[in-house]
Design a protein around this ligand. Structure first.
Ligand code: BG6
Length: 483
């Protein structure tokens, strides 16, 4: 058998987010989150936001895949694949239903007590995302969420409550999912919890602006640093990480302006957030960016010291695809959930327009490690595609060869990056079980090793079935990355 490049103890697993799988959106005192007001969409139809629940409408997060009632069965399946780590988020609104309470909701904590105990029983290391696109709508209504500095106190109250409760069992924490999404218009609501306008669209020039988003991002940086410092002081064993949607960018042409465009976009999309969270200060180009875009970020006198004192221990990121850009006007436009660019003529793409680029992952890992020199984890990567449930020898399954091919190529790219010298310590693919899509709200866009019988219209038995990739990933883990 050939050697793998993956070090002993490499953390193999998968990642999910509460609002995309738990369901039980109003059980045991849970409040409404921003994601609970999102209707379903598709690749061509953007998701709309309701300000209040319309009883006639279908909200994908409300029942999702009912993991809330089936978590034991689901975790047993992850354990059967040999998971070493499981990344999940804690729904803020189970713990602080409106975000404004001063005391946590004990019933909400009781759910995560059980979930974490179940993971430990199976020897699976929990990796908790504190905030993953599910802030309380109560805070949006109270002060437009992250637009306000008041959000820092609400977030630290929530984060400190769960870190204090779980630090004996949970060593790894991520403060914000894809924090750099807040630089994008679509991130204003999902990542920033900020209101859009009455047209119920994600993006509205009336309520959304880059000024508002970057101010909100500054509040998240401060909140993240405060919580990181709190965790380190509470328990020096704790490891706190940042999480970004890494944007691997290529120029479409060799025109010098295209190269410069990629350089600037790489700085802003990746290093603006990464530098603050890993190095503890804004990068040199931030001032130029604010000046050129006529932005003014309000900072309290103590913020610089707070950022410097709350740097993260490790860097994590999502990687699904690369993007290609140009200022020449050439090329054909392509999709993506938050980013878009022009089609790369050398890459294949999914039905949702996401370009498949495993080599780009190796390049990204080298770029990130070169800049930060801290341990890295790839905490999201996967292939969203339609699956066909079939019956084989009396057992229901899916022959998801395209998913296996995608994952295999990306795991090989990670192995190559480790050989390059990158300190990569974990991989949690998205998502080990079929859950609802963040960008479209669909079930049809599936990522799992486990098929869930649930459909876009809400029908389905919710039964779980092992796909071909389930057995494939089990082997990958067993042989520490040999694919
Ligand atoms: C990431 C998010 O942007 O991409 C996840 O952190 C999301 O929440 C994932 O599910 C895949 O995107 P989508 O839109 O296919 O679900």
């Amino acid at each position: 058998m050939t050697e793998t490049n993956f070090p002993e103890g490499f953390l193999w697993g998968g990642a999910t987010a509460a609002n995309q799988l738990e369901g039980a959106y109003d059980v045991d005192g849970k409040g409404l989150s921003t994601s609970d007001l999102l209707l379903g969409g598709s690749v061509n139809v953007p998701r709309k936001i309701n300000r209040t629940i319309d009883p006639q409408a279908f909200y994908p997060s409300h029942d999702a895949i009912d993991h809330f009632h089936r978590f034991k069965e689901d975790i047993a399946l992850l354990a059967e694949m040999g998971f070493k780590v499981y990344r999940f988020s804690i729904a803020w609104t189970r713990i602080f239903p409106t975000g404004l309470e001063t005391e946590p909701n004990e019933a909400g904590l009781a759910f995560y007590d059980q979930l974490i105990a179940e993971l430990k029983r199976h020897d699976i290391e929990p990796l908790v995302t504190i905030s993953h696109f599910e802030s309380p709508i109560g805070l949006t209504k109270a002060f437009n969420a992250w637009a306000s500095r008041d959000m820092i106190a609400a977030y630290t109250r929530f984060a400190e409550t769960i870190i204090t409760r779980y630090h004996h069992d949970v060593r790894y924490w991520l403060t914000f999912n894809e924090i750099n999404m807040l630089t994008r218009p679509m991130g204003a609501y999902l990542a920033g919890g900020m209101y859009v306008d009455d047209s119920d669209r994600f993006i509205s020039p009336n309520t959304d602006s880059e000024q508002l988003r970057l101010q909100a991002l500054h509040h998240q940086f401060v909140a993240s640093a405060l919580v990181t410092k709190f965790a380190h002081e509470l328990d020096p064993q704790l490891q706190v990480g940042c999480m970004l949607a890494y944007r691997m960018l290529y120029p479409y042409t060799s025109h010098p302006d295209d190269i410069a465009m990629v350089q600037r976009a790489t700085e802003f999309n990746n290093f603006y957030c990464g530098d603050v969270q890993v190095k503890g200060h804004y990068p040199y180009f931030a001032r130029r960016y604010w000046r050129d875009h006529h932005l003014h970020i309000d900072m309290a006198p103590e913020d610089a010291a707070t950022l410097a004192a709350g740097t993260v221990d490790f860097y994590t990121f999502s990687y699904y695809q690369s993007s290609t850009m140009t200022c020449t006007g050439e090329g054909e436009k392509t999709g993506g959930n938050f980013f878009s660019g022009v089609k790369n003529p050398y890459l294949e793409r999914s039905e949702w327009g996401w370009e498949i680029d495993p080599r780009g992952l190796r390049t990204a890992l080298n770029q990130i490690y070169d800049r930060y020199q801290v341990p890295l984890m790839v905490v999201e990567n996967g292939f969203g595609t339609r699956d066909q449930l079939i019956e084989q020898n009396g057992v229901k399954t899916v022959n998801d060869d395209a998913r296996i091919a995608y994952l295999k190529a990306h795991i090989q790219a990670m192995g190559a990056a480790i050989r390059d010298g990158v300190d990569l310590v974990g991989y949690t693919s998205w998502a080990p079980i079929d859950i609802i899509s963040a960008s479209t709200g669909e079930m049809a866009k599936r990522y799992g090793y486990i098929y869930v019988d649930k459909h876009d219209d809400g029908t389905g038995t919710l039964a779980r079935y092992r796909k071909k990739s389930f057995y494939w990933y089990q082997q990958v883990i067993q042989h520490n990355g040999l694919v």
